[in-house]
Write a protein that binds this ligand. Sequence first.
Ligand SMILES: O=C(O)[C@@H](CO)OP(=O)(O)O
Ligand SMILES: [Mn+2]
Ligand SMILES: [Mn+2]
Length: 559
Amino acid sequence: MGSSGIDWKLPDHPKLPKGKVIGLIVLDGWGEANADQYNCIHVAETPVMDSLKKGAPERWRLVRAHGTAVGLPTEDDMGNSEVGHNALGAGRIFAQGAKLVDAALASGKIFEGEGFKYVKESFETNTLHLIGLMSDGGVHSRLDQLLLLLKGASEQGAKKIRVHILTDGRDVLDGSSVGFAEILENDLAKLREKGVDAQIASGGGRMYVTMDRYENDWSVVKRGWDAQVLGEAPYKFKNAVEAIKTLRAEPNANDQYLPPFVIVDDSGKPVGPIVDGDAVVTFNFRADRMVMIAKALEYADFDKFDRVRVPKIRYAGMLQYDGELKLPSHYLVEPPEIDRTSGEYLTYNGVRTFACSETVKFGHVTFFWNGNRSGYFNDKMEEYVEIPSDSGITFNVQPKMKAVEIAEKARDAILSGKFEQVRVNLPNGDMVGHTGDIEATIVACKAADEAVKIILDAIEKVGGIYVVTADHGNAEDMVKRNKTGQPLLDKSGNIQILTSHTLQPVPIAIGGPGLAPGVRFRKDLPSGGLANVAATVMNLHGFQAPSDYEPSLIEVVDN
Ligand SMILES: O=C(O)[C@@H](CO)OP(=O)(O)O
Ligand SMILES: [Mn+2]
Ligand SMILES: [Mn+2]
């Protein structure tokens, strides 16, 4: 037992051996859905994944990857990478950010916590700035939460409020940002009637302004800094709805990549730069795409871009986004305490781990997997490799992404004999699916399938075991549907492209020469979800899972 009082030693599995190499593959955005022309996984040539499916029901099954199975508020919440990888790595279901913020707003506790009290000190003399994603997607943020925060802040004495919006089009339909901005404007107008000086101050598309992740491209965060803090942007408008409509009318423009703009007053002056004494809240609850802006806002030492002017502000995140870096130091809502993850247990039990993806998903199989914690548990037992992603492009122009490079790194790690667990995330189905480009997504799915083959071949060579699964759906459905599943048409009779994740379950397949013959999926866990995977993997490493983990999906029968 360690000094923390946690007993890290896992009991031996009564039947399964230790020391097998496990290839653990997460296909990002790879759900199971009806086969039609908008199911890119079905349309693509995916012989490897097709052959795994033939192992059903004993070695292939579906697991739930959305809603309450991954700690989201309702069954209408699509899955996402953060909650998906948290569940895969932690083996238990934690109430996630979306749910915790809902509860804190409903009870009013959010306004009594340390974080809110801290920013509140600015209300008397200065401006409160709110920065975040404006949609009802529920992946990174929710508009209804922003509206409640605005209302609550004004009741708590905020006299001047500026909102810096990021348009979505990735978790919601492209073009929906206009409607969200209208709703927000309506609420801001109500606040103005009550004497609060509240308005939108700047904006830009989430993928082009502010919401980069894993340090893929700091210029994205800089564009946001320039607009939000300095009040400088290539486009100036008097009104945000007009800004979005005008910028969307440009050829190839969309919500995700809208250029940055600032709102100016009649004299052409920006209405809301951030200055000394102001308070700033980033209202996204999800971590990955807030870490970079949080560093820019919080760190005195910062060399990623020239901030030009660094105002002395009171800054709080909606949540604390990184538990290891304690970033940011002030926050409105306690994040889920995702402790005792499978990765930490396995390092204590002698399982050497290799994890790899390309930049855009690197933190998924490391940071999210380990419960939103950066770094190694034990650098002698673990090696994490990041393949640099292409930056400055949308992935439909490069749909193969770095799938082969990731698979080859995994292959080499498997063949090296240095690791018992080799874990990867293959981003293609998700990243290309988000572009809404069906042709490119088909190419992406084929590329991911080919990468799976490279890893399975290596597992075959070393007599290992594979576990192939996904974190949530995306590429298996590229069209918005009505309740009976028929594609919805817009006013001009065109299908409405679905760029978002889905509510679909995802596959999990097990196999390989190292898998003991009697291992099969249990039949008594029909509603199993991603959180059941960690115990499954622990079993395959030869251990029993901790008793509070969600049950293993497998059983061992005598042949
Ligand atoms: O790109 C992202 O931030 C989300 C969608 O908002 O996708 P994923 O959860 O797969 O990372
Ligand atoms: Mn994902
Ligand atoms: Mn995604």
